[in-house]
Design a protein around this ligand. Structure first.
Ligand code: NAI
Length: 332
């Protein structure tokens, strides 16, 4: 099969890990046509726009997009490209699996969680203003439409992957209206999926339980900010940001990216671990229906990591990004 794909190299280590992931996917034998698209700090410096309209238009047109991380200044500066891309392209579901990889020593074995994060609203709606000097207000938007949509996505994912249980993570004891609505929507959608168990857990208790007994959970669904925080926590359970992939999915449109950021501390030095973006490519292959090729790439990454001879510094090795990538291609 042949596919039209977009590649957003992004900023910092983005171009390094994007090139690595592209090399691995090209080595699978699939016919992949890539269009490189500008976005992020580099696009802002070169084109005066961190998310050019042409990039948005292409992302909507291609079969799928693989995206490197893009930089966002803390405090002032332009609005996050990630948040803008997810909202403008209606990529409403953020899918973040956290699975133990053989060969990566972590506190727990056999972690196998899926975090489903609502991607378009909550505190990331970007509605902030200064009421009076010294007092700012950020609006946390929760709608029935987006909450039912993300709950349905979570249950459909659970069913497709033969999972047992979906847990709604919330703070409905304090945020009675907003998270009360989110929880109600999850409960209502759960009634349509009688083959899958449903329960709920308050976000602070969930954070504690995740670090003390991650096997207690299966699929977790939550609003935007909680999902951002808990999915990073889950990536820490399985070996860190360098190995955790993700997908942003809408109706007929999808962007696959690592959970990590631009890692300015190691950018441009060939030290970055490209595993997270390669595994994001694996999820992309599954989304495209290329299950067998996806399994092959995943197994190749797993075999290089479990041998441990050619892994990058974050996993305790001394290999460069390119050496690791070459080893994965050889294993393929
Ligand atoms: P970060 O994820 O870039 O870095 C955190 C730590 O993890 C650093 O020590 C870094 O070296 C390490 N790390 C991250 N990815 C790695 C990899 N592939 N291999 C080896 N080590 C890796 O998070 P930080 O520093 O908070 O954010 C830096 C920039 O990235 C910010 O501008 C932020 O807005 C942006 N960002 C972008 C994201 C995206 O585009 N999806 C997601 C998260 C952050």
């Amino acid at each position: 099969m042949s596919y039209n794909l977009a590649l957003i190299p992004g900023d910092g280590i983005g171009p390094e890990v994007a090139a690595a992931a592209r090399r691995v996917l090209d080595a699978t034998g699939l016919e992949l046509t890539w269009t490189e698209l500008p976005a992020g700090q580099s696009a802002f410096e070169q084109l005066g726009d961190p998310l050019p309209p042409a990039t948005l238009a292409q992302v909507a047109e291609v079969d799928a997009t693989l995206k490197g991380p893009t930089a966002t200044a803390k405090g002032g500066g332009f609005r996050s490209v990630n948040v803008a891309l997810r909202q403008k392209s209606k990529l409403y579901a953020n899918y973040r699996p956290a699975r133990s990889l053989p060969g990566i020593k972590t506190r727990y074995d056999d972690v196998d969680l899926i975090v489903i994060r609502e991607n378009t609203e909550g505190l990331y709606s970007g509605l902030e203003h200064e009421v009076v000097e010294g007092v700012v207000e950020s609006l946390r938007i929760i709608t029935r439409k987006a909450s039912e949509r993300i709950a349905r996505f979570a249950f459909e994912t659970a069913r497709r992957q033969d999972r047992q249980r979906v847990t709604c993570i919330h703070k409905a004891n304090i945020l009675k209206l907003s998270d009360g609505l989110f929880l109600d929507c999850c409960r209502k959608v759960a009634e349509e999926f009688s083959d899958i168990e449903f329960d709920d857990c308050i976000v602070d208790a969930a954070a504690m339980k995740l670090v003390s007994d991650p096997h207690a959970f299966d699929v977790l669904v939550m609003e935007n900010l909680f999902g951002d925080i808990l999915s990073d926590l889950c990536s820490g359970l399985v070996g860190g940001l360098g190995v955790t992939p993700s997908a942003n999915v809408g109706d007929g449109i999808a962007v696959f990216e690592a959970v990590h950021g631009t890692a300015p501390d190691i950018a441009g030095r060939g030290l970055a671990n490209p595993t997270a973006l390669i595994l994001s490519g694996v999820i992309m292959l599954r989304y495209l229906g290329e299950k067998e090729t996806a399994d092959r790439v995943e197994a190749a990454v797993g075999s290089v990591i479990s041998k441990g001879e050619t892994v990058t510094g974050d996993l305790g090795g001394g290999a460069s990004t390119d050496e690791f990538t070459d080893a994965v291609i050889a294993a393929l």
